[in-house]
Design a protein around this ligand. Sequence first.
Ligand code: SAM
Ligand code: SF4
Length: 449
Amino acid sequence: MNKLDTALVDSALKAAGFNMTESVKDADVVLINTCSVREHAEQRVLSHLGHLKHIKKSRPDMVVGVIGCMAQRLGDRLLEHEAVNIVCGPAQIPRITELVTEALNHRKKELAVTEKILKPTSENQTQALDDFESSYGIEEKDIPGQAFVRVMRGCNNFCTYCIVPYVRGPEMCREPKAIIEQIRKLADRGIRQVTLLGQTVNSYKYEQGDKTWCLADLLDAAAVIEGVEWLRFVTSYPSEEFFDAILQVMAGSSKVCSYLHMPAQSGSDKILRAMNRNYTSGRYLELLEKARAKVPDIAVAGDFIVGFPGESDQDFQATIDLTKKAGYKNAFIFKYSPRPGTTADKRLQDTVPDEVKQRRNVELLAVQEKISDRLSRTFLGKEVTVLVEGLSKKSHRNLTQNGSPQLVARTATDYIVVFNGPPTLAGRFVKIKITQTSPLTLFGQPVEI
Ligand code: SAM
Ligand code: SF4
């Protein structure tokens, strides 16, 4: 979501004549896109702002803006920060060019946050967001050949630990026509993989005349667009609704990637209830079973929060048990971070000491690593098709004799694959023979280029 917002702001500013610089010291304007999901992310922003305040002592004309969820959460409190000129929440980003221009020209502080964020956005504002989304977002090609398309904004779920509904507002599904049109434009510009985005993307629903569109319909409609080769969607909420229809499209279409990111958050039914997640661990595993029965090659990724208030050793053991049964390709594991204003923060004591959260985090990661390693090894000697992203982080240290750098790519099932080859492969599909594996990475050689 944040990567997409950054790309949208980037292209809006480019369209208005601004250029991106590589270094803060050359910048007239510095924008920080922020996340509020965990406290640590916010602390990092504050430390960046401290640094910028220092730089502004010698360059007082530099404009600093904070955009995104932290901007919405803290509003004018953030604007009081000495370094900050602009505070702009996620629903206000269509105004970014105007805000930056105002701040540059008039040197005043600019606040753009949504006042009643828990209420649905007005039609005008929704239209502004949609126009912004559809007309920009097609320029940014950080990863060649790939793009994100938001199909819904906000969230109605109010998981008790989560800040998202308070900073991104209620769930709002975009009109299918606008989404499909946007994907068509992206395909015309050479995009080969589109990832549909939503906080609970599988609950996408749009009433149009007699028809109710669900995510499966969107995937179906997107799959026939010429040029689009791979379609993904994140993140899925563990729910029955539309699940069969989505799996059916996945099983039946070679374009819909066999990949599901479906966070469980905990394996303990007591903790799941306290989190206001509307499923039990048993029900969650049944959904995975169903997915595997319908799409045998499906790869599943999960999220967990360890150290939620009241999580006992027994509850944590239930999370380990679920992880072992779920057979995730990988899992993102977070230590519970109390977020101001959420139900968990208001009603529950953060009872689990940090060292216990840390220990559980390490333990769960170790359990998951073994599972990831076992699954990765099944690829040894096999050929996989990957979409190449570009140079790997270690590209310059890992040159072959003929000077080919190391590239990074992904399979349709989201496995990371690294291999040596010409950088011109970025954005293209290549067949790779896997020769070596680690828990989170497959290594190989191109079979044909
Ligand atoms: N909408 C997605 C869902 O429901 O699964 C996830 C959205 S959230 C931005 C991404 C992940 O952050 C969550 O799956 C959860 O594991 C984690 N998360 C959210 N709030 C958290 C908190 N207060 N402390 C720690 N982790 C948190
Ligand atoms: Fe947050 Fe829950 Fe909504 Fe996901 S479903 S964004 S965790 S409130």
